[in-house]
Structures are given as structure tokens and as C-alpha cells.
Ligand binder design. Sequence first.
Ligand code: SAM
Length: 234
Amino acid sequence: MFPNFELCCSAFEKYGLSLDRNIYDKLSVYCDFLIEYNKNVNLTAITDPSDILYKHFIDSIIMVKYVDIPQNACIIDVGTGAGFPSIPLKIYRPDVNLTLLDSLNKRITFLQLLCEKIGIRAEFIHGRAEDYSKKPEYREKFDISCARAVANMSLLSELCIPFVKVGGMFISMKGPNEDISLGLNAIKLLGGNVSRETNYSIENEERRIVQIEKISQTPTKYPRNSSQIKKKLL
Ligand code: SAM
């Protein structure tokens, strides 16, 4: 069972976040539905409710502490999986406009059912990021693209930066071990610039948010198609 309201409030407080009953109720339904659905469809390896609270929900929402997310921002979550980080973020910040993208349809189906249950409006895309960011209706149309645990910095930049408007940002949520400098060439070629790196920990596990501002348009040759991307990183 999901930890009770008081326990969740203390957990949030520990990370400098507040929690109200409405947010709690939605997170609680999310947790129960995730555990239930995960019995038949592989969505996450984290299945203990307390771990879900810290390693999925707080780990996603903590973004609001370190990143200045404009009111009503249009956000695309690339490789969202079971909805992380953007669904907890939308529960916490209902003003943001959400687009959820994943190449696995079973995950998109889960997200559609979940959003219906908790009353969240979002756009759902089943497809590959490198295909969708070439489409005029998605290219450089978002204030923010974000991704957690999807790929290395170079590949991820090619998947995420083309979605972002000049003046917007790409937020990458990562573990501690990756050498971000290996992605710097890709970031530059794609029109980005690392503006901030923040290290923090969630229940003694090291985490990092890399914030990349979009300073110029992405050249039309990017992203390359998926076989080229796999063959050679930028
Ligand atoms: N972001 C979620 C999280 O933090 O729990 C899911 C992470 S999971 C390890 C990576 C997800 O990215 C998978 O759901 C996978 O289907 C998706 N993915 C990988 N490459 C993708 C691509 N090129 N376009 C869209 N989705 C992709």
C-alpha cells in the first residue's frame, strides 16, 4: 500500500517539497495502478510502494526545485516509459502542458488509462523521437523537452534537443556515473549549451540534472535516422 498522507508529507519535506491532499490522492492512485498493471506488462523494476514514492515520484518532482519551469510551459517527455518524470510533475504542476512520447505502445496504453483515472490531460505519441522531431508540428515547438534514464548524453541530445524552441531548454535527469563531457560535441551541433548541472541524492543514491539551453536552431540534418544514430554518435 502507498504510504499514508503524513508519511508522504514528511518524505516530501525531507526534500524541500510540499504536498497537499489532492496531489497525494493522485499519486496514491498512480502507485496502485502502476503496481497492478506491472503484474502483466513490464513497466518498472521498482514495485515497492515506498520505493515508488522516493525513486519515481520524488525523483521526478524534484525537478521543480532545480529548474525554473515557466507557467503553462509546453513539455515533451521523451522515452517516458511509465510516465517519469513528467506525470508526477504534471500532478505537482497542473499548469504545464504535457506531451508523452514512447516507442513502446504498451507503455502509451498504460499512460492513457492512468491519465483517464487521475484526470490528467496530455497528448500521447507512440513513436520514435527521431521520427517525430522531424515533423513540422513537433520540431522546435516545445519550451522544454525532458528525459530520465533513456540514453547516453550524446544520443539523448539528438533525440531531445530538436523538439525545443530556441530560448527553451532540454532537461536530462541522470545517475552519477556518466561522463557528460562525451555529449558536449552533440549538444553544440544541435544548438544547445549546458547552462547548469545539479547534483543531489535521493535516499543516498546520487542523481544529476543537466540543464541545456537552446541557443540556436538545430540544423535540419538532425536528428539522423535511427540506424545512423546507432552506428555513430555525434
Ligand atoms: N523515462 C522513464 C523512467 O525514467 O522511468 C523510462 C525509462 S526506460 C529505461 C527508457 C524508455 O525510453 C523506454 O520506455 C523506451 O521504450 C523509450 N525509448 C528508447 N528509445 C526511444 C526513442 N528513440 N524514441 C522514443 N522512446 C524511446
